[in-house]
Design a binder for this molecule. Structure first.
Ligand code: DON
Length: 305
């Protein structure tokens, strides 16, 4: 860890006071109440050694990062059939775009844009008896952490302002690719997005994607090796929406961002790293988070390429 530790501390100090050109989003009213100065990083290696700096222990709204865990559970339950409902192609469009859905007949381009995650939510609603409770329990088992929770405040805030997601869900339903009641699917989707974690927790919960031998504390394997490889492939190509190419180019790791300012990135066989800084660039990804990770994989020579 020593090498990583010093590099993380150095980059943290370098970037902490960099002029941040990003903006805290306000389309979910509750998210704009977060101080833009928060900045934290945590790395967890596959041997579980962990190191954090700054606000690494403070919880924040992980938003779209939770699409990883929703897809993981849906993939486990549905198997390869899931790809009949959602594709695995980069969209090249903003995360909340409706544009391609009409031509694609209601099949979202990938599971990490909002349209795709709403279809994944529908699949989970079909499979789970108590979707919100069961999904939370799945996340708690993944991370061996009983302290994970939804933020009811954030979920409600998104519900009253989620006009685009409401439109997306109804539009997809018109093509028959939403099977359940739209209000139930959206309520579940908003809760998934409202999960709160610290950088430390986020770097721990994603370890199953870095470690081929990962089993939960209950002894369960999460995904097969082939499924985990595929998850990482979709994260690399689609995890940052229309900035996925840029993230692969500058950072070179599979990863996922959220409008709460969090990013988790995975080095298969080595580590998971989570960064949080609430100001977002125009594509909806954390400005400092991307900058930090670019410097980190450069100095540690640990991009996957
Ligand atoms: O549905 C939304 O718009 C948010 N709950 C999540 C979007 C998000 O995090 C996209 N990330 N960059």
């Amino acid at each position: 860890m020593d090498n990583y530790k010093k590099i993380i501390e150095d980059i943290y100090l370098e970037i902490r006071n960099v002029d941040d050109i990003g903006k805290v989003p306000n389309y979910i009213p509750e998210l704009s109440n977060v101080s833009p100065d928060n900045f934290g990083i945590n790395i967890t290696k596959i041997n579980k050694e962990s190191f954090g700096v700054g606000d690494f222990d403070k919880k924040f709204s992980i938003q779209s990062v939770s699409k990883i865990f929703a897809l993981t559970l849906a993939y486990k339950l549905e198997g390869a059939k899931i790809w009949e409902r959602v594709d695995v192609e980069p969209s090249g469009n903003p995360f909340n775009s409706l544009l391609q859905l009409e031509a694609d007949k209601g099949k979202p381009r990938n599971p990490f844009i909002n349209a795709g995650a709403i279809v994944v939510s529908d699949i989970l609603v079909s499979h789970l008896k108590n979707p919100k409770e069961d999904f939370l329990n799945f996340c708690r088992e993944l991370s061996n952490n009983k302290n994970l929770n939804y933020s009811e405040k954030i979920a409600q805030s998104e519900k009253i302002s989620g006009f685009r997601n409401i439109a997306l869900c109804n539009f997809i339903k018109s093509f028959g690719n939403i099977k359940n009641d739209v209000d139930q699917v959206l309520d579940f989707y908003f809760h998934i997005c409202s999960l709160e974690m610290s950088c430390k927790e986020l770097s721990e919960i994603a370890l199953f994607l870095a470690d081929d031998n990962f089993v939960t504390h209950k002894g369960n394997k999460v995904l097969t090796m082939s499924q985990a490889k595929r998850m990482n492939a979709i994260l690399l190509t689609c995890g940052f929406y229309d900035e996925s190419g840029e993230f692969a180019f500058r950072v070179g790791l599979p990863g996922k961002s959220g409008v709460g300012g969090g990013i988790v990135a995975i080095h298969p066989d080595k580590y998971c790293i989570a960064v949080w800084s609430p100001k977002l660039n125009v594509k909806g990804n954390s400005f400092k988070g991307m900058l930090f990770l670019e410097k980190f994989t450069t100095r540690t020579a640990s991009s996957i390429f």
